[in-house]
Design a protein around this ligand. Structure first.
Ligand SMILES: [Mg+2]
Length: 263
């Protein structure tokens, strides 16, 4: 068990590898978050996976014993929506990604183009797309070369699957960037858009800690904001890897179940 400094009153918490692995809850994680909330502190569940909508996450978490509202969930899809809205981006979008990213484009006021379209998209949005094809790569790269706004929900190279690591959104993105000769602006952790939207959501907090299972997204993101960086060993990083991290995490937990709110 570990207790945080008393000044920490908000927790940013990664989902996959911290609260669950795929569809399997991590024992004690949901209870730890309920305990945290019961101690009159806030949390924000923060995922780079843009494939699902907030409502789908709420349903998934409820099935694992954690009732949340939309204010407590932040996905790279909702950050994408927020940034598109703030910049008043208009036009038609090619969405290479799942339902979450498509819903984000629509609610930001963009039109989404069907895969077979003669129109050249003015916006290209890239996330995790299990039906990604060479044709999608070609259309996206052509649009980007023609000057389309080029945004990626996240750039995680891999996706943790039950049988190992699958190619993630970042692998899809890399192929389009290579073909287009230009890099996308990335919304998800550890990049600024998601970190800043998370900070805004937790406005008024005295101190923020972030729990994640991945050093190069969760912990690097936390450090860039001056937050306490906590590694949970329930996901992609094991203890041997954790001991080699430089800089080291501020705290290492076996799992979120070991986190106690400050007394
Ligand atoms: Mg994770």
């Amino acid at each position: 068990m570990a207790t945080l400094n008393e000044s920490i009153d908000a927790l940013v918490c990664d989902l996959d590898g911290v609260v669950y692995r795929g569809n399997v809850p991590i024992p004690g994680a949901a209870e730890a978050l309920v305990r945290w909330r019961d101690s009159k502190r806030r949390f924000l569940l923060c995922t780079n996976n843009s494939a699902f909508t907030d409502e789908q996450y709420i349903a998934k978490l409820a099935s694992m014993g954690l009732e949340c509202d939309t204010e407590e969930i932040l996905t790279s899809a909702s950050v994408t929506r927020e940034i598109l809205k703030r910049r008043k981006v208009t036009g038609n979008a090619l969405v290479i990604g799942g339902e979450g990213l498509r819903a984000a484009a629509l609610s930001a006021g963009l039109r989404t183009l069907p895969e077979q379209s003669d129109e050249i998209p003015s916006v290209v949005l890239v996330g995790w797309d299990r039906s990604f094809t060479w044709d999608k790569m070609r259309i996206a790269a052509t649009a980007v070369r023609a000057g389309a706004i080029f945004i990626a929900s996240n750039a995680d190279a891999t996706f943790p699957a039950p049988d190992g690591l699958w190619p993630g959104a970042g692998s899809i993105l890399a192929s389009i960037e290579k073909a287009a000769g230009r890099q996308a602006e990335v919304m998800g952790k550890p990049h600024r858009p998601m970190m800043e939207v998370a900070q805004e959501r937790l406005h008024g907090s005295r101190g923020i800690a972030m729990v994640g299972d991945r050093n190069d997204t969760d912990l690097d993101g936390a450090r860039s904001m001056g937050w306490t960086a906590i590694l949970a060993l329930s996901g992609v990083t094991d203890r041997a890897q954790a001991t080699r991290l430089s800089p080291p995490p501020d705290l290492v937990l076996q799992s979120l179940a070991d986190l106690l709110p400050p007394q």
